[in-house]
Write a protein that binds this ligand. Structure first.
Ligand code: SF4
Length: 599
């Protein structure tokens, strides 16, 4: 019902909080999707875990759709059937953690809180929404919430959730948990250190996937200074997890000494990498402080790390100077990087330009800054993928902009050639530098990711995380026993395909075409200067062929990337087919189309 042309900050924009049918009944199914027209990219869609979504279901609610705009700051209070809009003037301007604490004290200590910080209030285009220790980070949905003057949503639900067929559901759950166990999915994500930080830090660096100095390279020479073993040895760590999760993959920590003493938060690989390697900070405490600033002010760490790296690169290239920013800015300069982050959150001076996101900031700055713009579909990337060809296709195609949670191709990192042959029929899928058959794997992982999001499952539980975890059949069994309605694998796969096509149609109507499905220039033109993949870059011609193959598998027009009428009708998306017909007619020049205006 939402027109893609709507302004993200218009009262007409819809901000939707959606919770899947397994949430609150399957252990660890605690995810929700927040969706709106994005102020950063086009389709704003961000997924978060924690405890908020099961609480919402316990209050008897699966979806909240926020429309319009308040005249003054408010928060929404949901206590089972009792729904009230309450004044939030006393909370406006507060950081996320502060407002959460006050709202719990004022309402119910057991209530769960979704809130925005100053960045959301100040319409920073990559502002996040915090759900306790979890975050809907990507796509700037915190700014949409801020534009509606909605500071928070407080939820308390007291009903008991029951699957429709308890005995069969318990059996399906047992089978799923056994599958986790046998696939190596263990408490804390396994390994001696655990957590995504412990598990992925060196793994990603060795695969040249570390977002280093605005993606100039993927291998950070100083990675050992932030060895997760140091983190685990230095801080008081508490392992926490989303509601009911047996894995509890998250590390919550407190800095006990030094100049950042007393600060505490949780940490993930995707948070610390862009705000350490991404901006050249090799001091662990300093990097952790930047992550905390992002959390407190309510900003996406991935976009923030990219945007700050962009500013440093422009400074070093002489495109901007001290007069523009108000202070010098160099890689690893923790004091001035902190200062810059604060000016972004509060939209002060040059920070207000960067608060527009990298694409719009490059246009405002001019003077050749556009050459350093890494965005795809106007959103900042978070890992270089020159040596991960399938992941490059998956991320740069993604409907919301470059991101691993919509599409991925983990098979090229995780499988042996014989396993790749077994699961996909092609050994080449296990080779990260091969372009062969990668489109096939990307389509598969997109469907698994869409199903996990629809059901409210953590993606780590599914084949997105490992081919040995929940497959479509097991997901169908869980859904069938949870709802008491039979779902077949093929129906679930078709539902996933409908999601991908509906999302694609939305962004197509906003002007997105084939030309927006390509990596940033740097991935094609600048070979890695160091590390195990030194000299490697993406091959444009082969990427083109891979994209052709993907469009063919999807049933999309190869020259424009617009879904074909016949495919949409096959998926019973008749309304969308009718509304897209004109896009298909005028998009035959799509391959060469000029970049559109994101606004
Ligand atoms: S594995 Fe981690 S992210 Fe997934 S549900 Fe458990 S605690 Fe949450």
């Amino acid at each position: 019902n939402l027109e893609p042309s709507v302004d993200a900050y218009s009262p007409d924009n819809l901000l939707i909080f959606g919770v899947g049918p397994l949430v609150g009944i399957f252990p660890g199914a605690a995810r929700l999707n927040v969706t709106a027209k994005s102020p950063l990219t086009v389709l704003g869609d961000s997924n978060a875990g924690g405890e908020w979504s099961p609480e919402l279901r316990k209050a008897g609610i699966d979806y909240i759709v926020i429309c319009g705009r308040s005249d003054e700051p408010v928060y929404l209070r949901i206590y089972d059937e009792d729904v009230q809009i309450k004044n939030a003037r006393h909370l406006w301007g507060l950081e996320t953690w502060e407002s959460e604490q006050i709202l719990k004290e004022d309402n119910d200590p057991k209530a769960k809180v979704a809130s925005i910080g100053p960045a959301g209030e100040n319409l920073v285009r990559f502002a996040s929404i915090k759900f306790g220790h979890r975050t809907a980070g990507r796509c700037g949905l915190g700014a949409v919430m801020g534009s509606k003057l909605l500071k928070a949503i407080v939820v308390r639900g007291t009903s008991r959730l029951q699957p429709a067929n308890p005995e069969a559901f318990i059996e399906a759950t047992k089978q799923a948990l056994q599958r986790f166990e046998s696939s190596g999915l263990k408490s804390g994500l396994g390994g001696p250190i655990g957590g995504t930080y412990g598990r992925l830090w060196f793994r990603h660096n060795n695969a040249s996937m570390m977002f280093t100095k605005h993606m100039r390279t993927g291998f950070w020479e100083e990675a050992a200074k932030l060895d997760p073993a140091i983190f685990f040895g230095r801080y008081k760590i508490k392992r926490i997890g989303c509601w009911g999760c047996p894995i509890r993959c998250t590390c919550y920590y407190e800095i006990g000494e030094g100049k950042y003493r007393g600060s505490f938060t949780k940490i993930e690989y995707g948070e610390i990498a862009p705000l350490s390697a991404g901006v050249g900070i090799s001091d662990l405490d300093a990097a952790l402080k930047l992550v905390q600033m992002a959390d407190r002010f309510g900003m996406d760490t991935k976009s923030l790390g990219c945007v700050v790296g962009f500013a440093i690169e422009l400074y070093e290239e002489g495109i901007i100077n001290e007069q523009d920013i108000g202070f010098p800015l160099h890689w690893g300069d923790e004091e001035n990087i902190s200062k810059l982050i604060e000016t972004i959150a509060f939209r002060q001076g040059f920070g207000s330009v960067l608060a527009e996101g990298e694409h719009r900031a490059a246009k405002i700055i001019g003077r050749g800054a556009e050459k350093y713009d890494l965005t795809v579909k106007y959103m900042e990337p978070h890992e270089p993928l020159r040596a991960q060809v399938g992941n490059a296709l998956a991320q740069y195609l993604s409907t919301r902009g470059p991101d691993h949670l919509r599409g991925a191709c983990h098979a090229e990192r995780d499988l042996s050639p014989s396993e790749a042959k077994k699961f996909f029929g092609h050994e080449s899928i296990a080779d990260p530098l091969s372009y062969e058959n990668k489109a096939l794997a990307v389509v598969f992982f997109e469907h698994i990711a869409a199903l996990a999001d629809m059901l409210g499952l953590c993606k780590f539980f599914t084949q997105w995380g490992s081919m040995y975890r929940l497959d479509v059949k097991m997901m169908a069994n869980l859904l069938t026993t949870a709802r008491g309605i039979e779902y077949k694998d093929a129906e679930l796969l078709m539902a996933a395909e409908r999601v991908i096509n509906t999302e694609r149609a939305f962004i197509v109507k906003a002007g997105i075409r084939r030309c927006h499905d390509y990596p940033p220039r740097r991935e094609f033109e600048e070979p890695f200067p160091n590390g195990p993949f030194k000299g490697v870059k993406l091959d444009r011609k082969k990427y083109d062929q891979m994209l052709d193959e993907y469009y063919k598998l999807r049933g999309w027009d190869p020259s424009s990337g617009v879904p074909n009428n016949s495919k949409l009708l096959e998926l019973s998306l008749d309304d969308i087919a009718a509304s897209l017909a004109s896009c298909l007619q005028v998009s035959q020049q799509g391959r060469e189309a000029e970049d559109t205006n994101p606004d």
